[in-house]
Design a protein. Structure first.
Length: 496
């Protein structure tokens, strides 16, 4: 078979495959979007919902064979269609049809790139206008000292930082008000606007009181620990367990079951529940440092295998919302796991800010495996009523799903954000070593370079924050010439 005959045969087979795929995606997308009918969706967000449904439907198919077939005859693959699912499939179909002498009309350019346009506009609205040279916004976490030191906000404004983050788990309303006042004063002095993002504390699942058995200083592998509800702390039983520790969230202890994992202190101690009775879990330690690990109060506890059906919005959050809703440009929602969590926050916002609530941005902090599973619906429920962004909260998420799987899941969250045409924030421990110690390491620079594919990157507080920010700015400026989302830009290279 000569080259022309082979290309024609391949094109004919691919045209049939693409046509079947388009029909299937349309049918499946309708079923998916029908499941979202209960959520109010604005006319502006409706096309994004349709594209997200089409993307979810498409990714239920294995496309590797079609991709290689398209590549072999010199056509674009389907690897960059997140923001324009059906327009891309239709454009590929039109090109295949033209190869065979048939007529198929592709989308016009405006329709083809409409998703990109929406995403860029939404990012600009949340973080401030972007430039082509600096498309990734910078979000900076404020230390407690920022309430007393106006120079911190002035330094951020001078460096054209796009947004500041105030963590409501720390300090109080007078301190937050002082931070915001300093930010506004810095804006007036520099002429540069900085958005204010306020992070609700959310439910805190942490260690409380600790009781160690006699002669126990550090917890070691194969020892047993008891996890109890607040107020249930008791001395370790002889020959029973090495330590007992309270879990500060009363309801969680009763939700865990034997065989489920528990991680304490960012995974420094890993254990598996062996028994769950009478408000007490007994777990065997399966992972810790060979020299043992200290069991301390006020450290995070993660139950990655347990379906934690606890409300994301706490009583403290509801109290803080009265301040947040009237002072912030966006609220960051911790521990959101379901569409009912979104509905609870939106109802609370209507109570404290009945006029203008729809203008307040909402950042969905994705911290658990359950949140990942429910992410498309969560985005629709939130974005249908107000500006929305997704934060990849990689600290808790890594403990919940495992560090190895995080590398995969953070990619999937980026794709879902682009398919929904909403901004994504790359967060947690970005350039952490530099921020705290004053020197970067190779791995964190590579990680920071990957953040160029998000609309915003967050830096946490630390003594060398401003130095790290300058390094990050240079890195993002260079990388933005190479990548825009998943698409290589192929700028001219001068390395050789």
């Amino acid at each position: 078979m000569d080259l022309r005959s082979r290309v024609m045969a391949d094109a004919e087979a691919l045209l049939a495959d693409i046509t079947r795929l388009i029909d299937q995606v349309r049918s499946d997308a309708k079923a998916i979007s029908d499941g979202w009918q209960a959520f109010p969706v604005s006319a502006e967000f409706a096309p994004s919902v349709d594209n997200l449904a089409a993307y979810v439907a498409l990714r239920h198919h294995d496309l590797r064979g079609i991709q290689r077939g398209l590549m072999s005859i010199g056509l674009s693959s389907l690897g960059r269609l997140e923001s324009r699912v059906l327009p891309t499939l239709m454009a590929v179909r039109a090109t295949l049809a033209a190869t065979l002498g048939q007529e198929r009309a592709p989308c016009a350019d405006a329709a083809f790139f409409a998703g990109e346009t929406r995403l860029r506009a939404r990012a600009d609205a949340l973080f401030g206008p972007r430039s082509e040279a600096h498309p990734t916004a910078r979000l900076i976490t404020c230390p407690s000292e920022a309430a007393d030191d106006p120079s911190f906000m002035r330094a951020l404004a001078e460096r054209r930082v796009d947004a500041i983050r105030i963590n409501c788990a720390h300090d109080d309303a007078p301190a937050w008000e002082a931070m915001i006042a300093h930010a506004r004063a810095a804006e007036a002095e520099t002429g540069h606007r900085m958005r204010v993002f306020m992070d609700l504390a959310g439910p805190k699942i942490r260690t409380g009181g600790v009781a160690l058995a006699e002669d126990i200083k550090r917890i070691r592998r194969d020892q047993r620990i008891a996890i109890v509800a607040p107020g249930g702390l008791k001395a370790p039983e002889p020959a029973g367990w090495a330590a007992a520790v309270e879990c500060t969230h009363a309801g969680v202890v009763g939700m865990a079951r034997p065989g489920e994992r528990v991680f304490i202190d960012d995974g420094k101690i890993g254990a598996v529940v062996e028994t769950a009775t009478d408000g007490m879990l007994v777990a065997r330690v399966t992972r810790c440092d060979p020299d043992g690990a200290k069991l301390k109060p006020e450290k995070g506890i993660n139950f990655p295998d347990t379906e934690l059906t606890i409300p994301a919005l706490t009583a403290r959050d509801r109290a803080d919302l009265a301040f947040v809703a009237t002072h912030a440009d966006a609220v960051e929602y911790s521990f959101v796991q379901s569409t009912s969590d979104v509905a609870a926050l939106q109802a609370a916002l209507e109570d404290v800010r009945p006029a203008g609530r729809e203008a307040l941005g909402l950042v969905l902090k994705i911290e658990t495996a359950r949140a990942v599973r429910n992410l498309p619906g969560i985005v629709v429920a939130a974005g249908g009523r107000q500006p929305v962004a997704i934060m990849i909260a990689r600290g808790d998420l890594a403990i919940e799903i495992g560090f190895a799987r995080l590398a995969e899941i953070q990619e999937e969250i980026l794709w879902i954000g682009e398919a929904a045409q909403v901004p994504v924030i790359w967060a947690t421990q970005v350039m952490e070593h530099f921020v705290k110690k004053g020197m970067p390491n190779r791995a964190e620079l590579t990680d920071a370079a990957m953040s160029v594919r998000a609309e915003c990157v967050m830096l946490n507080k630390g003594p060398f924050l401003l130095d790290a920010l300058e390094e990050l700015d240079g890195l993002l400026a260079r990388m933005s010439g190479h990548y825009r989302k998943k698409t290589p830009q192929l700028r001219r290279l001068a390395s050789w």
